[in-house]
Design a protein around this ligand. Structure first.
Ligand code: FMN
Length: 214
């Protein structure tokens, strides 16, 4: 099939979410100007640069009643310029899912999901202790995507990773990350997720020299 998104896809559900898979899940902690903590998952998330390390997440329009249209994470990072990405794993998958609840801005989803806050080293938003890897980030740019086809608006937030925490037991003797032990999860389409285990990892050497290998 071929479709032009502006004309609709003709399927029972929009397939787009299933066509860019698997997606890492940004699990974003932020605070507002008063220090209220917010935590939410964003699978329009990725690393976009090695040097300085930079990540992005994209926040859609908030349709909830009484909302100003902004998701709390976006409002917070626009106000305070900082966020933390907490790595999502098999072990924290259910808590991650709980934190996508649409709750008022002053509700702390980190506590709501029974998670443990850990202070960050450089930025104000706390880390989630149940996550083994954290990126402390400072916002470098936000881009509001133009939309000529409908009411949805997306704002992409780019953050420089200014601090990286890695649980020591994930670092193997050869200095590489033990992905099997990390057991990442990722977002698929519909209500589906996938997981990475030691058995599903495979290796391919790149032809020629890879400048980022070191
Ligand atoms: C796995 C997962 C991925 C999600 N990815 C996104 C996303 O990329 N962009 C988005 O706007 N909402 C996404 N959502 C929905 C938000 O998490 C949800 O709207 C949440 O209430 C936003 O919280 P906030 O207003 O506290 O920022 C996702 C939800 C889940 C469960």
């Amino acid at each position: 099939m071929f479709y032009e998104p502006k004309d609709g896809h003709g399927l029972p559900k929009n397939p787009f979410n299933s066509l860019v898979i698997p997606r890492p899940i940004g699990w974003i902690t932020s605070v507002d100007g008063k220090g209220n903590v917010n935590l939410a998952p964003y699978s329009f998330f990725n690393g976009v640069a090695y040097n300085p390390p930079t990540v992005m997440f994209s926040a859609g329009y908030n349709r909830s009643e009484g909302s100003d249209g902004m998701k709390d994470s976006l409002r917070n990072v626009l106000e305070t310029g900082e966020f933390v990405h907490n790595f999502t794993t098999w072990n924290n998958r259910e808590a991650m899912n709980e934190t996508c609840a649409d709750v008022p801005p002053d509700v702390d989803e980190l506590s709501m999901a029974g998670l443990t806050p850990l202070p960050s080293t450089i930025v104000k938003p706390p880390r989630v202790a149940e996550s083994p890897i954290h990126f402390e980030c400072k916002v470098v740019q936000t881009v509001e995507l133009p939309n000529t086809t409908g009411p949805d608006t997306y704002t992409v937030v780019f953050g420089e990773v200014v601090g990286v925490h890695i649980a020591d037991d994930l670092i193997m003797e050869n200095g590489q990350i033990d992905v099997g032990k990390l057991h990442p999860i990722s977002r698929m389409g519909y209500q589906d997720y996938s997981q990475v285990t030691a058995e599903t990892v495979f290796t391919m050497e790149r032809p020629g020299f890879h400048p980022y290998a070191k």
